[in-house]
Design a protein around this ligand. Structure first.
Ligand code: NAP
Length: 333
């Protein structure tokens, strides 16, 4: 266990926060040893994977637990599909590459997403019309209080749009150690998003689709190593049909997509842009000039100005559209 630990290299926003204590966990026995320490039970804890979806608004007065469980293992297969077990500490995009290399298909649209495998189900990561839950089978986790091992099925995880039980009632209660995905052996590309519409279903390989997605992302999104950021900062709001129709009358170009029964998902990036905040700078914090939904710590500042920018974006969007933006990124105080 390390004390007064600098977290600036452990969050892609490069916030200069510290943790009262920090521990990396590589396996079950290291976790058992950590749980035997009195400090373990005397302090609150958070799980920090790749740090790509977190804003440290203040120093963390507890234990930051960093899972590093590794491994990519074929567990079972049929002619149609393969069940693969991934260690929670594996880098998500390395796992996508591994699947594409081995002709296991289904997550290629999720190429280039930063973060770890263990974080993927917490957020139910999604991109270009594919969400993790479409391949997810189960995960292994350990209760951080009792040490009990538990397997969570897809139903147990209560997946929703960028959401799961691990963001709510079980937040920081379990450490995820492994994730099991069921991948197809036949490549069936999903090309519904306009950025992918020019691709030919018949001639496309999974490797080509992966490269296309990576190059689109690279062209739109700032690299955290160059401009610190945590990807899309806000969720795309899910609003009532009534409000969607009202907004569409006033703003005919509002991007809106049917979402479940009588609901619509609208583009948070578009709302921020229309509120006049694309490429807006507030001290050391900015909205990105290519993608207003990405808030950057461009001046590598402290949390104060970044928090002020979040509040300003929410206020301006609410004033103009009567829509409350919720952060997709976890805010830790
Ligand atoms: P985009 O393609 O410009 O689309 C803008 C928004 O409209 C997206 O957020 C997307 O929602 C929605 N959308 C577009 N086409 C849609 C369709 N055919 N059906 C349903 N919804 C549609 O988005 P972008 O910002 O360049 O991002 C591309 C993809 O990568 C998106 O899926 C986005 O979520 C994902 N991404 C995620 C992050 C992150 O940090 N979470 C960062 C960058 C990109 P969805 O977001 O629900 O897909």
């Amino acid at each position: 266990m390390q004390t007064n630990f600098d977290l600036s290299n452990y969050n892609t926003l490069a916030m200069p926060a510290t943790a009262k204590m920090f521990i990396a966990i590589n396996n079950h026995s290291e976790l058992a040893a950590a749980m035997a320490l009195s400090a373990w039970h005397d302090n609150r804890k958070i799980i920090l994977g790749g740090g790509s979806n977190v804003f440290f608004a203040a120093d963390y007065q507890g234990i930051v637990v960093h899972p590093q469980f590794l491994g990519k293992e074929l567990i079972a297969e049929t002619n149609e599909s393969a069940l693969i077990k991934f260690g929670a500490g594996e880098i998500w995009d390395d796992c996508v590459q591994f699947c594409v290399d081995h002709n296991y298909f289904g997550i290629e649209n999720l190429s280039g997403i930063p973060g770890s495998m263990g974080a993927a189900p917490v957020q139910n990561i999604g991109a270009y019309g594919v969400e993790l839950d479409s391949s997810f089978i189960k995960l292994d986790a350990i209760n951080l209080t009792t040490g009990e091992e538990k397997t969570f099925t897809k139903d147990d995880c209560k997946f929703a749009y960028r959401n799961s039980i691990f963001k709510h009632e079980l937040r920081d209660k379990f450490i995820i150690t492994a994730v099991y995905l069921n991948l197809n052996k036949q490549f069936q590309p999903i090309l519904t998003y306009s950025d992918l519409k020019d691709l030919s279903v018949t001639e496309l390989s999974a490797q080509e689709l992966r490269q296309k997605i990576i190059s689109i992302r690279n062209s739109k999104l700032p690299k955290p190593t160059e401009i610190p950021n945590a990807g899309s900062f806000f969720k795309n709001p899910i609003i009532s049909q009534e409000l969607a129709h009202k907004l569409a009358q006033e703003y005919p170009h509002l991007p809106k997509f049917a979402y479940g029964d009588n609901k619509f998902k609208i583009s948070a990036g578009w709302l921020i842009e229309q509120a006049g905040l694309k490429g807006y700078t507030h001290g050391t914090a900015s909205t990105h000039s290519n993608h207003a939904l990405v808030l950057t710590n461009s001046g590598r500042g402290t949390a104060t100005q970044f928090a002020e920018l979040i509040a300003l974006v929410q206020e301006k969007v609410h004033t103009k559209f009567a829509v409350q933006l919720e952060s997709e990124v976890r805010i830790i105080e």
